[in-house]
Design a protein. Structure first.
Length: 225
């Protein structure tokens, strides 16, 4: 089971659901799970559940990047996986070097460090970072941490305007109800710039917590500021 197999699942669903395919990412992953189990067993992996959770988390991030890249580029913006910035020490591409510097958080005598995010959207004409995205299956995996990074980025004049966004399947439905809000929903509302949900279930939306279909339109608004 590979990432390319997941994309094939996605493209097949897209023929049926079109722009609403994002609502069925969980369904796509469920269909892919058995394929992954068979692949894992053939390769001597006994704990297929643990292997699947790792595969699912890693490749959800890649799927979101795959889904949004063309639309992001249509807006004249660039997109990069944060791991590429984290791994590289020196860039031949000066733009990426400046993007990295423009995202780092200053911890004083402890040095400069990148926040733990998954995807970075930036304008390579001026090296301005528009938004950083954290992508997780459920909120409990990182929502509080995402709120922390938002607070840290706000402390510097260089990084204070970067939008901190969270994208999730919300399979435990932490976000579905606005009032009374669960802890994850409260953090999403107060300590992030937006949270986008890939689901076919009902969601009590707000200005901060929305279905994923709103993501690109909101990104357009961010560019104007």
């Amino acid at each position: 089971m590979t990432f390319e197999d997941l994309i094939n699942f996605y493209e097949d669903k897209k023929k049926v659901y079109g722009n609403n395919t994002y609502k069925y990412i969980s369904e796509i992953l469920k269909e892919a799970k058995e394929n992954h189990r068979q692949y894992a067993l053939k390769n001597g992996i006994i704990d297929t559940e643990q292997s699947w959770r790792a595969f699912k988390g890693k490749n959800l991030e890649k799927m979101i990047e795959y889904i949004i890249t063309d639309e992001v580029k249509k807006l004249g913006l660039s997109i990069i996986n944060a791991n590429k910035l984290e791994r590289k020490r020196n860039f031949e591409d000066k733009t990426l070097d400046l993007v990295k510097r423009n995202l780092c958080i200053d911890y004083g005598e402890c040095g400069l460090h990148l926040p733990d995010v998954d995807i970075i959207i930036y304008d390579d004409k001026n090296n301005k970072i528009i938004a950083v995205l954290s992508i997780k299956v459920t909120l409990r995996e990182r929502i509080a941490q995402t709120g922390y990074w938002k607070l840290k980025l706000m402390q510097s004049s260089v990084t204070k305007d970067i939008k901190v966004l969270f994208i999730t399947l919300d399979e435990d439905e932490t976000l579905s109800i606005k009032k009374p809000a669960k802890k994850g929903r409260a953090i999403a509302e107060i300590d992030t710039d937006g949270c986008y949900i890939l689901t076919e279930n009902d969601v009590d939306e707000s200005n901060k917590v929305k279905l994923f279909s709103n993501f690109i339109n909101d990104l357009k608004k961010m560019i104007k500021f």
